[in-house]
Each structure stands twice: as structure tokens, then as C-alpha cells.
Design a protein around this ligand. Structure first.
Ligand code: AMP
Length: 545
């Protein structure tokens, strides 16, 4: 016997149907790629998305086929998501910051049929399209007036303008595929995570909970996290679902542009990676500015340094919610709402209902939740990956249905997670694990540091020792000793970096995180050339445990 409730498949078209019916005039504000700020309502997004669905169906897109986007956060991109998913297609978000080789691989692997792109991505398209024969049609997300002269593509506005808004959405199983996002691929080939309508719908319900994003119809939400990064943290579903005002920053994510949008549009909640908050903070401090409407920042994607938390929360009275997640989790894993503005959310927090996690040692044995013992973090839940796309014969889950995140973490007795490293970044010294993230967080709290990164370097005695690389703020100088002194008492003595080096720029990956793969390659290259630039050896490391 089944329950006796209505059959209401959890498909994503229902979210925009809801938003247009009950919050139709609620504004979506975009810093357009063309430059000006544009405004429309959920009813407009809904109408135009349905026009686009008709246009896609006319192009022959069938259920489950992939339509790619190569675009920044704009209302047109939002329309595209709903148009593709509503018509039963799969919206494949491509990250324009990836290397050409990676993009070519991903487009071909995903078998993308149609590609919608911002005009600023035309140089990239010129490089990748000749090597992506499966792409049948390219559409530029602009109007005729802004089309580049010598590029073969349709202009979005005139393309959808040829179609009516009468279109049947949904009507398929909630298990149907809806979105596709490839992981940043720090090891091996990028892997595709295929979200279903159901997984994204349930993730939306999970994400709006008060202790998670905690957004409501009264909020104005700025999505700085790009729509091509990790399912846009689910914001493209959560914000319309609650009828909040939505602000989309286009391609301008520098401190000054973000600040201008925050203030002019009276943003109350904004979400992005730590590097964005770092850039905004530097701008605000340099110009002596204040925040008048912003009350909460969601900071995730990589570890949020304590100095950043402290600055926003204690200096500006803005609540910082530290989040952990990954593309494979749609992406929310844990969040940490501080109990009050006096309390810093140093750890990225606890899981919401719908996600379960565990820690195991190298032999797969459970590790105690004592806040001290490191273990491999494994997760399961309704919005966690089961298999990678077109790698269906690869078993990802263990016998209990857990997915190994590749992160090393501790969990304390109250259930608060602390990520100590990616498994491949953890430093093994004298048989013990050293957390590169904790050293980085402590180092970046130094007033002269703009960015810090820690990698393991081979050591004859201890196996590996930490090397601290620092990118200084512009115009300042520092000595390695200053940094070593600063670290005293902030990290265990035996974690003290063997060496401190100052570098011009710490490489950031396609999603704004420190790219340790590139860092290691740069160092290996420098070592080979025998040219150790800017190297300054610090004192010998403290006595190891
Ligand atoms: P991605 O799928 O590109 O979003 O990358 C996910 C990975 O980013 C995770 O597995 C973590 O290694 C890292 N990450 C995300 N959030 C945090 C956080 N709050 N602290 C430390 N690492 C994080």
C-alpha cells in the first residue's frame, strides 16, 4: 500500500512557475555583459524562458540532451537554465576560466548539442569550437546590436523573439536529469556530476532552511558565486523559490563593482568564495567605506580564514556563515550559523537533515568525533552523487552508500566539521598529519599578507615539512622571521614551516581557489632550473612530536 497523497513530481520548472505566479513582480537585477544595469521580474523570466524552450524544441533538443552555457550570472543565463530544464534538456554549465584543453574535453565528453555563451566568451569559442564537432548551434546571449561582426552564431534576443511563450513544461519523472557540472578536475580528467530534478529540488528545500542559507521573500540576494561553479550553490533555485529579490553581477567580481551593487541594490545576503570577500574587504578598507544593508555573507568553496571572519563580523557587524560543500553534493554539505555576532563560525559547521557524514581512517575504520582525530570524510544523502556521468561502471559508493569526498577532516562532539585538507594536500611529517589549511589561515591573518599557501616539501628526516608561500599586500615588504614569529602560538610548534617564501602571485584555479597543483609544478620547474627565487630559509622547525 502507498500513502494517499497527491502525485507531485519534484521537477524544477515548478519553482519558476511558483515564482511567476506568487512573486511575478519581484525584481531580478543584472549587471549586464553589455554594461548597463537591467531589471525584470520573475514573470518576465518565466515568459522568456518558455519562449526559449520553444526555440530549443524547434532546434530538435530532445529529453536528456545537453545544452551548454558558457556565461556569467545574468538574467538571460537564469532564463536559459529554466528553459533547458523545463523542456526536459540538461543544462551543462561550462566554466570560462578553464583551460582550452579542459573545455574541449568537457564539451565533447558531455556531447553538448547547443551552446549559449556570453559575447565576452567569443575568443574562447573561437578556440574550442573547431575541436567540438558535436555542437550544432551557438547562440550568443545578447541582441543583434551587440553581435560580433565576424562570428557565426544566433543572437539570443531575436532567436527567442520568434517564439511564443505557450509551452508545456515538466510532465517527466522527477528522476530525469536536469543539470550537469564537471568538477574542477584537480586530479585526472574532469568528472561530470549529473543532477536530477529531484536532487536539485530537495537540495533547494534543504538550502533555504534558517540555519543554512536562511533566505526569505524579504531578502535581496547577490549571487557572486558563478552559475558555472558547483551548481551556483543552488541559488538559482532557492532564490526564486522563496520569492527573494535576485541580484546578478555579470562578469564584474572585483571589490569596487561588488561594493557598488551591494549598496545601490540594498543587498541583504551575498554568497561567494573567500577570495571575493578578501577583494571586497581590501576595497572597503582602502576607501574607508561602510556597509548599509548587507547583513549576511555565505562564505564557502575553500576555508574561510579567521581574519576574514573577524573583519566582517566584528568590524562591520555582518554575519559570516562558513560553508563547506562540493560539486558532488549539489553542493551544500555543512554550514555554520554563528549563535551571535560575538561568535565566529570558525568551523564550516553541521549537516542539515538530508545529509549524513562519517569519518574513517586509512583502513576504513570509523574515527571518533572528538574534534581532534583526522579522518577521511565520507557523505551520503539525497543530493550526493551516485555515479559520474559516462563513467557509470565506476563504483563510487562504499558498502554503506557513502561517497568519499577526498577531504580530510575532524568532527567535534557537537557535530561541527573542520576540514583540515584535501587528502592529496595533507602534509605527512614524522608519521603525523599537518593541516596546510590551518597554517594558511594563521598566516593570512598577518597584516601584511594578501594570500598564503602551504605545500609539503620532501624532507630526509621527517618525510615532509610544510613550506609557506606568501603573497604580500601591494607595496609592503616583510621577512620570513616576521611570519614565523606571527605563527608562534597560533599553530602547534611541530607544524612550523621549514621555509617561508614570498611570491609575486599565488596561482588561483578556475573557481578562485589556490591551485596547489600549479604551485607544485611551478616549484618543481624552478627546482629543475636550479633557480630558487626569493627563497629565505627560516629557523629549523620546532621539535616534532
Ligand atoms: P568544488 O567541487 O570545486 O566546489 O570543490 C570542493 C572542495 O572544496 C571540497 O571537497 C573541499 O576540499 C573544498 N572546500 C569547500 N568548502 C570548503 C571549506 N569551507 N573549507 C575547506 N575546504 C573547502
Amino acid at each position: 500500500m502507498s500513502g494517499l497523497m497527491q502525485d507531485w513530481p519534484l521537477t524544477l520548472d515548478r519553482i519558476l512557475e511558483h515564482a511567476q505566479r506568487w512573486h511575478g513582480d519581484r525584481e531580478i537585477v543584472t549587471r549586464s555583459i553589455e554594461g548597463p544595469i537591467t531589471r525584470c521580474g520573475y514573470a518576465d523570466i518565466h515568459r522568456r524562458a518558455r519562449q526559449m524552450s520553444n526555440a530549443l524544441l524547434d532546434l530538435g533538443i530532445r529529453p536528456g540532451e545537453r545544452v551548454a552555457t558558457l556565461a556569467f550570472n545574468t538574467s538571460r543565463h537564469l532564463e536559459a537554465w529554466y528553459a533547458i530544464m523545463g523542456a526536459g534538456g540538461v543544462c551543462h554549465t561550462l566554466n570560462p576560466r578553464l583551460f582550452i584543453e579542459q573545455l574541449v574535453y568537457i564539451v565533447n565528453h558531455a556531447q553538448d548539442q547547443v551552446l549559449l555563451a556570453d559575447t565576452v566568451c567569443v575568443p574562447l569559442l573561437r578556440a574550442i569550437l573547431p575541436r567540438c564537432p558535436g555542437v550544432r548551434q551557438v547562440i550568443l546571449l545578447t541582441d543583434e546590436a551587440h553581435m560580433p561582426a565576424d562570428f557565426e552564431a544566433l543572437a539570443y534576443e531575436s532567436w527567442i523573439g520568434r517564439y511564443g511563450a505557450d509551452c508545456k513544461w515538466g510532465g517527466f519523472s522527477e528522476e530525469s536529469p536536469a543539470g550537469l557540472c564537471y568538477t574542477s578536475g584537480t586530479t585526472g580528467e574532469p568528472k561530470g556530476v549529473m543532477y536530477s530534478h529531484r536532487s536539485n529540488y530537495l537540495h533547494m528545500l534543504l538550502s533555504v532552511m534558517p540555519d543554512i542559507l536562511g533566505i526569505s521573500a524579504r531578502d535581496t540576494v547577490l549571487a557572486i558565486v558563478p552559475m558555472f561553479h558547483a551548481n551556483a550553490w543552488g541559488l538559482a533555485f532557492a532564490v526564486p523559490a522563496v520569492g527573494a529579490r535576485f541580484v546578478l553581477p555579470g562578469a564584474c567580481l572585483d571589490g569596487a563593482s561588488v561594493y557598488e551593487l551591494l549598496e545601490k541594490e540594498s543587498v541583504t545576503i551575498a554568497a561567494g568564495v573567500p577570495t571575493v570577500w578578501q577583494g571586497l574587504l581590501q576595497h572597503v578598507e582602502r576607501e574607508g567605506l561602510r556597509f548599509s544593508s548587507l547583513r549576511r555573507i555565505i562564505c564557502g568553496g575553500s576555508a574561510c580564514p579567521e581574519s576574514l571572519l573577524r573583519a566582517y563580523q566584528q568590524r562591520y557587524g555582518i554575519e559570516v556563515r562558513h560553508a563547506w560543500g562540493m560539486t558532488e553534493m549539489s553542493p551544500i554539505g555543512t554550514l555554520n550559523p554563528p549563535a551571535s555576532l560575538d561568535e565566529l563560525a570558525l568551523k564550516p559547521g553541521r549537516v542539515p537533515c538530508g545529509i549524513d557524514m562519517t569519518l574513517v581512517d586509512d583502513d576504513g575504520r570509523p574515527v571518533p568525533f572528538d574534534g581532534r582525530t583526522f579522518g577521511r570524510l565520507k557523505v551520503r544523502g539525497h543530493s550526493v552523487v551516485r555515479r559520474y556521468f559516462r563513467r557509470e561502471d565506476e563504483e563510487l559508493l562504499d558498502a554503506d552508500g557513502y561517497f568519499d569526498t577526498g577531504d580530510i577532516a575532524t568532527i567535534d562532539p557537537a557535530g561541527f566539521l573542520q576540514i583540515t585538507d584535501r587528502a592529496k594536500d595533507v602534509i605527512k611529517s614524522g608519521g603525523e598529519w599537518i593541516s596546510s589549511i590551518e597554517i594558511e589561515n594563521a598566516a593570512v591573518a598577518h597584516a601584511k599578507a594578501a594570500l598564503a599557501a602551504v605545500v609539503g616539501v620532501p624532507d630526509a628526516k621527517w618525510g615532509e615539512r610544510p613550506l609557506l608561500l606568501v603573497q604580500l599586500k601591494s607595496g609592503v615588504t616583510a621577512t620570513p622571521q616576521e611570519f614565523l614569529q606571527h605563527l608562534e602560538g597560533r599553530i602547534p610548534r611541530w607544524w612550523m614551516p621549514a621555509t617561508v617564501e614570498f611570491v609575486e602571485a599565488i596561482p588561483l584555479g578556475a573557481t578562485g581557489k589556490v591551485d596547489k597543483k600549479v604551485l607544485r609544478a611551478q616549484r618543481a620547474e624552478a627546482a629543475e632550473a636550479g633557480s630558487k627565487v626569493d627563497v629565505a630559509a627560516g629557523p629549523s622547525p620546532g621539535k616534532l612530536r
